[in-house]
Design a protein around this ligand. Sequence first.
Ligand SMILES: *[C@@H]1O[C@H](CO)[C@@H](O)[C@H](O)[C@H]1NC(C)=O
Ligand SMILES: *[C@@H]1O[C@H](CO)[C@@H](O)[C@H](O)[C@H]1NC(C)=O
Ligand SMILES: *[C@@H]1O[C@H](CO)[C@@H](O)[C@H](O)[C@H]1NC(C)=O
Ligand SMILES: *[C@@H]1O[C@H](CO)[C@@H](O)[C@H](O)[C@H]1NC(C)=O
Ligand SMILES: *[C@@H]1O[C@H](CO)[C@@H](O)[C@H](O)[C@H]1NC(C)=O
Ligand SMILES: *[C@@H]1O[C@H](CO)[C@@H](O)[C@H](O)[C@H]1NC(C)=O
Ligand SMILES: *[C@@H]1O[C@H](CO)[C@@H](O)[C@H](O)[C@H]1NC(C)=O
Ligand SMILES: *[C@@H]1O[C@H](CO)[C@@H](O)[C@H](O)[C@H]1NC(C)=O
Ligand SMILES: *[C@@H]1O[C@H](CO)[C@@H](O)[C@H](O)[C@H]1NC(C)=O
Ligand SMILES: *[C@@H]1O[C@H](CO)[C@@H](O)[C@H](O)[C@H]1NC(C)=O
Ligand SMILES: *[C@@H]1O[C@H](CO)[C@@H](O)[C@H](O)[C@H]1NC(C)=O
Length: 552
Amino acid sequence: MHGYETQFGFAAVALCLLPGVLGQGQTVPCIDDCLAEALASVPTKGCAAGTYWRPYPESSPVDSCQPCPLGAYCPGIAYGNFTEHPVNLNRRILCPTGTFRNITGGSTLEDCELCHPGYFSGSLGLTACENCPAGRYSITSGSSKLGDCLECPAGHHCSEACSRPVPCPAGSYAPLPGLANETECLNCTLGHWCQIGAVEPLGCAAGTFGNSTRLRGNGSAPGAFLPTPWTDITPSGLYGTDCLPCPAAAFCPHASVLPTQCPAGTFQSNTLAESEAECEECPEGFRCRMPLVADLEQSNVARLPDGQPVAGTAVPEVCEEDEVVIHHFYPNVTGCVENCPYQFPRQSYCHVAGDGRVPDRTSTALMIDTLVEHRGENRPLQLRQDALSNLIQLLDNLTSEEAADSLLMLDQNGRAILHKAAMFDDVELLEVLWQYGGAGTVTLQASRDSDGFTAVMQALLLENSAAVAWLISKGSGLTDSDAQVLTARGVNITSVPSITEPSAPRLGRGSFAWTGPSGEDFGGLPKVSPMPNTTTWVFTTTTAPNTTLTTT
Ligand SMILES: *[C@@H]1O[C@H](CO)[C@@H](O)[C@H](O)[C@H]1NC(C)=O
Ligand SMILES: *[C@@H]1O[C@H](CO)[C@@H](O)[C@H](O)[C@H]1NC(C)=O
Ligand SMILES: *[C@@H]1O[C@H](CO)[C@@H](O)[C@H](O)[C@H]1NC(C)=O
Ligand SMILES: *[C@@H]1O[C@H](CO)[C@@H](O)[C@H](O)[C@H]1NC(C)=O
Ligand SMILES: *[C@@H]1O[C@H](CO)[C@@H](O)[C@H](O)[C@H]1NC(C)=O
Ligand SMILES: *[C@@H]1O[C@H](CO)[C@@H](O)[C@H](O)[C@H]1NC(C)=O
Ligand SMILES: *[C@@H]1O[C@H](CO)[C@@H](O)[C@H](O)[C@H]1NC(C)=O
Ligand SMILES: *[C@@H]1O[C@H](CO)[C@@H](O)[C@H](O)[C@H]1NC(C)=O
Ligand SMILES: *[C@@H]1O[C@H](CO)[C@@H](O)[C@H](O)[C@H]1NC(C)=O
Ligand SMILES: *[C@@H]1O[C@H](CO)[C@@H](O)[C@H](O)[C@H]1NC(C)=O
Ligand SMILES: *[C@@H]1O[C@H](CO)[C@@H](O)[C@H](O)[C@H]1NC(C)=O
């Protein structure tokens, strides 16, 4: 064999013999035929570190030292005892993983450059590191495997060869890791704001609201990779976010998309109210209402007589002179009764500022109603008698106030028991009502059902002569306009006295045409006759009577 190892051994021996030649501390590269020079015992002409000699192919060896190739370094090899003067024959060492070299002539491991942040090299001898793929990043140098590229954290995005995650801009957020592009950051949601690098949107603070997406805020999400220099201003309350201040007359709970108008019957003068509890009850003698604002949320809406819906206000308004100040017993709201033409005591149909609802009937009132239904004309006599005695027992069991209240509660047609007794022509029942507070003077003269009829009007319409006589004996009568309405319907009213509608303690004064409450005032229940199939009662109303009150 005539191999290289043999030649190398020979050269080493030769070098041993000539120790002084390399004394200047420099290695002179061989220029012509390195093999020949080496074999000719001129070891000073060995290849210097950073170059190498390529003896192959043996038939025509490259005859001069070559610059160490890309992706490698050529450290030189100590010959024999001349360790301080390394020379290189053909030793090339590939740059290790995590490094690369893209210029020739490397001589030491340090000449292999560490992969830059954002790159990695998983194999030997690379001239360039590979990009960390989009959605991953490496913040350190010298990454030596794909796994050294970390997943882009939530709240950030990482394009290809990412050396540092980029936080999603304020106004957007990223709940999931591994985003590759800023376009994948989600728009901040309604009612929320998003600081730089947000993983989750933060709710607008109570007292503020966010009616659009992409609301921004100062400060940064904890752990965000922030641009430098970066001053982290932590928002406090309203300041530092795009969330808008809650206006007066409304409140904004945490994460509100829109302000919520205070309930009708309350007021709130300040901005930045946080909860409904800050809407204050309207003081007695004032009313608190304003029209609904279409693009605000509503809490509790009331309706004015003309149907206009209203909510709470910023400033209470004092009741006007021809209005009567009441304290409405349900719901617990104070306000002004406006132009209220009739009223059962403490149970107003009138729309008070604050609430226009008719109270729900209590279970006692419903029980009473059932018993009264059993008094219908075509019921068996025994049932009718039992119903009345049961009713009396029931009323006896109540305080007089409770009894009166229960008898005066209105059904979905706006009728209390008095109306029904008149329509049933039931004088026995009328007497019971008289006794237990279900038929006071105001009620007899002024209470109207949802069709606008008083009890005596209903009795006249149905030709219930006994009831008519009883009602007249207790002070019922017809106002001029009531008389007109009945006359127009062909009712003989010659024997009915004429009255002026009373101005009861809680009645509003005024001279406005009265419009009856609509079905909506009763929670949308359909109007039904209180006397199903018991009479020939076929009266349908579309026209409310022209009730015009005179100011007293
Ligand atoms: C190498 O050379 C040094 C002097 O330069 C000498 O002291 C040493 O013994 C030598 N070593 C060998 C193994 O020849
Ligand atoms: C070598 O790599 C560096 C770092 O990536 C780069 O800046 C330089 O341009 C490259 N040189 C050549 C010759 O490709
Ligand atoms: C992100 O995506 C947009 C649209 O697809 C593209 O124009 C942009 O170059 C991408 N940005 C990066 C950093 O890849
Ligand atoms: C984010 O909001 C912008 C501007 O309002 C809109 O153009 C874009 O389509 C929204 N992006 C998403 C993902 O909803
Ligand atoms: C948000 O509310 C403010 C204040 O009421 C209003 O000026 C703005 O137009 C609203 N923006 C949207 C998108 O509705
Ligand atoms: C953030 O703070 C700066 C300086 O205090 C202010 O100018 C900027 O309007 C704030 N940004 C937001 C969204 O509030
Ligand atoms: C109304 O009054 C009742 C008892 O009088 C009370 O339990 C209830 O909390 C009050 N409601 C409001 C809204 O003040
Ligand atoms: C009257 O009240 C008592 C106790 O409150 C009750 O036990 C009784 O059943 C009641 N009677 C009627 C008729 O409601
Ligand atoms: C109306 O009734 C009275 C008695 O109450 C009677 O005298 C009169 O004739 C009646 N009128 C008509 C038009 O029926
Ligand atoms: C009462 O009359 C209505 C129609 O007017 C009918 O649908 C209903 O079944 C009747 N009820 C009874 C108990 O006869
Ligand atoms: C009802 O009242 C209006 C005006 O208030 C009046 O013009 C009309 O004639 C009245 N109708 C009746 C039937 O009284």
